[in-house]
Design a protein around this ligand. Structure first.
Ligand SMILES: Cc1ncc(COP(=O)(O)O)c(C=O)c1O
Length: 377
């Protein structure tokens, strides 16, 4: 967000910035969803709702999840929150005690790290390997588990790397954590944007429910980032605890948004494959283009809409010694906004969001290529 703010400041000064910083779809919310919100307003659906969300939406989440991800949750195992971020915050608040260890695969989405710390937990980093496309394995996790481990976080497809944990490996991770009574928090906010195979939820594994909390969101799937709607699927006791907390903090997610979310989940679904096809087209342009820049390496993402190239070829050149130096110079000299890897726990990378038009991708990547060639020659 800081990068986006600085890029916005330069833009306001009239600088032609190409922005790859923001982690949100560049598509408009589909019209049927917007119309549902307008209808809700016209019908004065503007009062408090149950804190956990309206029953028809909670049921719709369970049914939609069953249809698309093969799970079997009931309404009492589902709560609607103010975005996936809020689900994560609430879950940590309900589960993490002072001094508990929470395993966090690197590179991680920055919010996890700060929220663990905020709740008095200790983030235990587990490195993944770039040469394995940053895909997490059960063996990686096993190495860092201790008697104090309370929770393990898996985010697949990943922000920032786009890495997807294959279902069989994911199951191994689940068996490892559940056998030790550790809660597996599975952030599946990008579940519907996978390029190979079908969307997968760890909640679909037989018997997984007691030890898994699935974090979901409509933000990316339906291009609804500003609406703020996400959900948790998990053990009843945890959902009930989150409900109590939520009823005293935010109360219900916005009433109008809930009606829009209901339409998103139950109405026409054609926007989702359309967006996925477009992300795929962009990925198939972005990754080879990045790898075509001398010295740059970028694993192919299996999902989401992020590329996470290694730009350490520039280190030691023109005062660049980190992803942060690279991003700052790139923004000010080449007018391209990317996010430094430090935000995600690594030093040698930057995150490029390809939720941007093909025209911007072509212009921006050409600027990045020129910048790197200039710095390294
Ligand atoms: C991995 C991951 N989880 C959760 C979220 C939360 O999204 P929201 O709060 O908009 O649902 C994001 C947003 O960028 C994300 O990248």
């Amino acid at each position: 967000m800081a990068v986006t703010a600085e890029a916005g400041r330069l833009k306001a000064e009239g600088v032609d910035i190409v922005a790859f910083g923001a982690g949100e779809p560049d598509f408009a919310t589909p019209d049927n969803i917007k119309q549902a919100a307008i209808r809700a307003l016209d019908a004065n659906f503007t009062r408090y709702t149950p804190a956990a969300g309206i029953p028809e939406l909670r049921k719709a989440v369970c049914e939609w999840h069953k249809k698309d991800l093969d799970t079997n949750y009931e309404m009492a195992e589902c709560i609607i929150c103010v975005g996936g971020k809020h689900v994560i915050f609430n879950t940590m608040a309900a589960v993490v005690e002072h001094g508990d260890e929470v395993v966090l695969p690197v590179p991680y989405w920055v919010t996890f790290y700060d929220v663990i710390n905020y709740h008095g937990g200790k983030a235990v980093r587990v490195e993944t390997r770039e040469d394995n496309g940053f895909r997490l394995t059960a063996a990686d996790i096993e190495r860092v588990l201790t008697p104090k481990t309370k929770m393990v976080i898996v985010n697949s497809p990943s922000n920032p790397s786009g890495a997807v944990v294959p279902p069989d490996e994911f199951e191994r991770i689940y068996r490892l954590t559940s056998s030790r009574g550790i809660l597996l928090l599975s952030d599946e906010c990008y579940s519907h944007f996978v390029y190979d195979g079908k969307p997968f939820s760890i909640g679909s594994v037989e018997g997984a429910k007691p030890n898994v909390v699935v974090v979901g969101s409509l933000s990316k799937t339906y291009a609804m980032t500003g609406w703020r709607v996400g959900f948790a699927l998990g053990p009843r006791a945890l959902i009930e605890a989150i409900n109590k907390l939520q009823s005293h903090s935010t109360s219900n997610p916005t009433s109008i948004t809930q009606k829009a979310a209901l339409e998103a989940l139950t109405g026409p679904q054609d926007s989702v494959p359309r967006m996925l096809a477009e992300y795929r087209r962009r990925r198939d342009y972005v990754i080879p283009t990045l790898n075509g820049i001398p010295g740059v390496h970028c694993p192919e993402p299996g999902g989401a809409f992020y590329a996470y190239p290694n730009i350490s070829c520039c280190f030691g050149k023109a005062g660049i010694a980190s992803g942060m130096d690279f991003s700052t110079k790139l923004l000010h000299e080449a007018h391209v906004a990317v996010v430094p890897g430090e935000a995600f726990g690594t030093n040698e990378h930057v995150r490029i969001s390809y939720a941007a038009s093909m025209d911007d991708l072509q212009r921006g990547l050409e600027r990045i290529r020129k910048f790197i060639v200039e710095k390294t020659s």
